[in-house]
Design a binder for this molecule. Structure first.
Ligand code: ZN
Ligand code: ZN
Length: 272
């Protein structure tokens, strides 16, 4: 009987010894595992940045960027924000702007064309001349034509370069100086109530497919904020002075791509 007791006690001690070893091993393993709540090594915290559109803070590695601005999502990048700026446009602010009359929201889009020097838009530098012009930075010595226009104070809200690049100069909340003396269906001073869009080009050649795509995309973004927009060419609102966007602006293509109703195109779809 005593033998049996000894055997049981021995077996019990052996069991406790094995269990103790296992626990020690487990403890050793656990101590090697990094604690999830603490960084393994003291590393510098990632820079946090703010979405330009909704102001949420996110780590810099998780955001989309355009120029030096950050966006939390594609949707916020591609929308007209509450300040009147399109996220995925390049922002090149023009001093040639002022406030709209009180309680006036834009209800007209005016399409223009521009190229600087006129007719020269085949190289990358040409659209930079337009940016310089709208920012009052045009170098008058760079081209004889520039001496004539360098002192003019003009701007538009948007420029669509030949490449399809979209540049914004003025918030849609503000008045850009693009229309001049003008009249839309009896309403004068069109700058007060319009958004100006310049297509890079001249009156003698078709615009690029990429330009129509970006234009149509832009119109959809603007229409989401300004549902009562109508559309006209500069020559429609200043017929004695202006010929742009000209014969080569394809109003039918414009209507087809934007899907806007013909009622919103009071000057029709013919080339002009
Ligand atoms: Zn956002
Ligand atoms: Zn014009």
């Amino acid at each position: 009987m005593f033998k049996w007791l000894l055997l049981f006690a021995g077996a019990g001690l052996f069991y406790l010894w094995i269990k103790g070893k296992k626990q020690a091993k487990l403890n050793a393993e656990n101590s090697r595992k990094p604690n999830k709540n603490e960084p393994e090594q003291p590393t510098a915290p990632e820079a946090m940045v703010q979405c330009q559109y909704c102001k949420v803070h996110l780590p810099k590695s998780e955001v989309l960027t355009c120029d030096d601005r950050f966006y939390c999502s594609k949707e916020h990048l591609q929308t007209l924000d509450s300040e009147g700026w399109i996220g995925d446009a390049r922002w090149r602010i023009s001093p040639n702007q002022d406030v709209r009359p009180e309680n006036v929201a834009p209800d007209l889009v005016v399409i223009h064309h521009i190229s600087l020097p006129p007719g020269e838009f085949r190289n990358q530098a040409s659209s930079q001349h337009i940016v310089d012009f709208f920012q009052n930075k045009l170098d008058p010595s760079a081209h004889p034509y520039f001496t004539e226009i360098a002192d003019q104070k003009v701007s538009s809200h948007f420029l669509i370069a030949r490449s399809g690049e979209l540049i914004q100069f003025v918030s849609t909340h503000n008045k850009a100086w693009h229309a001049g003396v003008s009249s839309f269906l009896g309403r004068e001073k069109c700058n007060d109530f319009s958004i100006g869009i310049e297509m890079e080009g001249d009156g003698d050649s078709p615009f690029e497919a990429a330009q129509y795509q970006v234009l149509s995309n832009l119109i959809q973004k603007l229409a989401a904020t300004y549902p009562h927009l109508q559309f006209a060419g500069h020559s429609d609102i200043a017929p004695d002075r202006k010929t742009d966007p000209g014969m080569y602006f394809d109003w039918k293509k414009f209507q087809k791509e934007t899907g806007i109703s013909s009622e919103k195109l009071p000057f029709g779809l013919r080339s002009r």
